[in-house]
Design a protein around this ligand. Structure first.
Ligand code: PMP
Ligand code: GLU
Length: 424
């Protein structure tokens, strides 16, 4: 009997305790009491649209995807072979949490060859894609309430990443009149006592715009004067047309010391699935990020690291070939959009995206439905013409839709024909 009473007391204690912690079982229902922070994070719209497109395709629908920014090319042969060799050589164990020295050395060499930047291996952290690198960056530099200035249109994940690290994203709006670029004056005006960092993404996703050397120098000056970190996302560095890429970190030691440069192999080497990104920064910041990563994920895949080494260290002709093909697609897409009444676009200078201005068709009826915003435009285009585009809302730019031209010329031709018909 005594045993039964003790069991009963324990059971009641357990139920009361759990009511006030996380999971409370009542009448067979589970009432979820999740973290308030998690509830403020929205799903990635680019990945959601890509998932929807892939699902439609697998159901046999003739859908054309311009959603996710993922090169359609296969990973070059020599990179795949390096991964197979790594498996056969037994490189299948944990590596140091922040990456192998071999890969870090190749990254340092690349940063020097491409941008004249001198880094040591202790400045480098290799992560599971540039997305993970950016999450590490914000976790390492932000305290609750710190503001991060993010130029809009921005890549969909920056604001959510800042929120994940308890920071406050502050959008800095830009428009087509300034080629979607912000001025140093605009940046100065957005700075408050709480501003901790500014994000630069050149070439930009989603606008494809590239900041010139003079523009970056002025931005760097404002960052130094106001003691800001600069988060420089250079993932599209090698996918650039007609203009030259400059890394903001290259404008002097004081700028380099406050810049966290983010890059990776996903886009330049068609390696999105391999998940290798990296940062270069002052060693104190690198150490903080490596510590965080050592508890969160440990090292990125040892095999992917060997493949990334081959990508950076091997022949670069595949990068040039992909870049030339992207340029042909960009030229074609931009010229056709220019001929469609009601929509327009700027010619991007890098990355593989076009932001199409749809402001003139808003409020009008397209295929039996009044279109009020870019979400409705994209949903209706997907439903009625089987074309997947990403609405500008996720990029902080309603009135625009994003095309990713990382797909074949045939698809681009078919897709743009369908959209021309849709808006007419
Ligand atoms: N930065 C930008 C601007 C991007 O477009 C992407 C694309 N996903 C990333 C970072 C992350 O790249 P990764 O696939 O290496 O995580
Ligand atoms: N960065 C790419 C895009 O913008 C891939 C998807 C994602 O990670 O957001 O489409």
């Amino acid at each position: 009997m005594k045993v039964h009473i003790e069991f009963f007391v324990l059971l009641v204690y357990y139920m009361i305790n759990n009511k006030y912690t996380s999971l409370y079982l009542s009448k067979g229902n589970v009432s979820m009491n999740l973290s308030k922070k998690a509830l403020t994070i929205s799903p990635s719209p680019t990945l959601s649209i890509d998932a929807k497109y892939k699902e439609m395709k697998s159901n046999g629908i003739d859908v054309i995807g311009f959603g996710a920014g993922e090169p359609d090319f296969d990973t070059p042969e020599h990179i795949k072979e390096a991964a197979i060799d790594a498996i056969n050589a037994g490189m299948t164990k944990y590596t140091p949490a922040s990456g192998t020295n071999q890969l870090k050395e190749a990254i340092c060499k690349e940063l020097y060859d491409d941008n004249g930047l001198l880094y040591n291996i202790s400045d480098i952290v290799v992560s599971n894609g540039a997305k993970h690198s950016l999450v590490n960056v914000f976790s390492a530099i932000l305290n609750p309430g710190d503001e991060v200035i993010i130029p809009a249109p921005y890549w969909v994940s920056y604001p959510e990443m800042v929120k994940l690290a308890d920071g406050v994203p502050v959008a800095l709006h830009t428009d087509e009149d300034t080629n979607f670029k912000f001025s140093p004056e605009q940046l100065k005006a957005a700075i408050t006592p709480k501003t901790k960092a500014v994000v630069i993404n050149s070439p930009s996703n989603p606008t494809g715009m590239v900041y010139s050397k003079a523009e970056l120098e002025q931005i760097a000056k404002v960052a130094v004067e106001n003691d800001l970190f600069i988060v420089s996302d250079e993932i599209y560095e090698k996918i650039i047309y007609d203009v030259v890429h400059y890394s903001i970190a290259s404008f002097g030691e004081d700028v380099k010391a406050r810049t966290i440069l983010v890059n990776g192999v996903s886009k330049s080497y068609a390696m999105t699935g391999w998940r290798i990104g990296y940062t270069a920064s002052a060693p104190e910041i690198a150490k903080a990020m490596a510590n965080i990563q050592s508890h969160a994920t440990s090292n990125p895949s040892s095999i992917s690291q060997a493949a990334a080494f081959a990508a950076l260290n091997g022949p670069q002709d595949t990068v040039d070939a992909m870049r030339s093909e992207f340029q042909l697609r960009r030229d074609f897409l931009v010229s056709v959009i220019g001929k469609i009444p009601g929509v327009s676009c700027l010619a991007p200078q890098g990355a593989f995206y076009v932001m199409m201005n749809i402001k003139n068709v808003l409020g009008k009826e397209l295929k039996g439905k009044i279109i009020n915003n870019s979400d409705e435009f994209c949903a209706h285009a997907l439903q009625t013409c089987n074309v997947a585009l990403v609405p500008g809302t996720g990029f902080g730019a309603d009135g625009y839709v994003r095309w990713s031209y990382a797909t074949s010329m045939d698809n681009i031709k078919k897709g743009i024909e369908r959209i021309a018909e849709f808006v007419q």
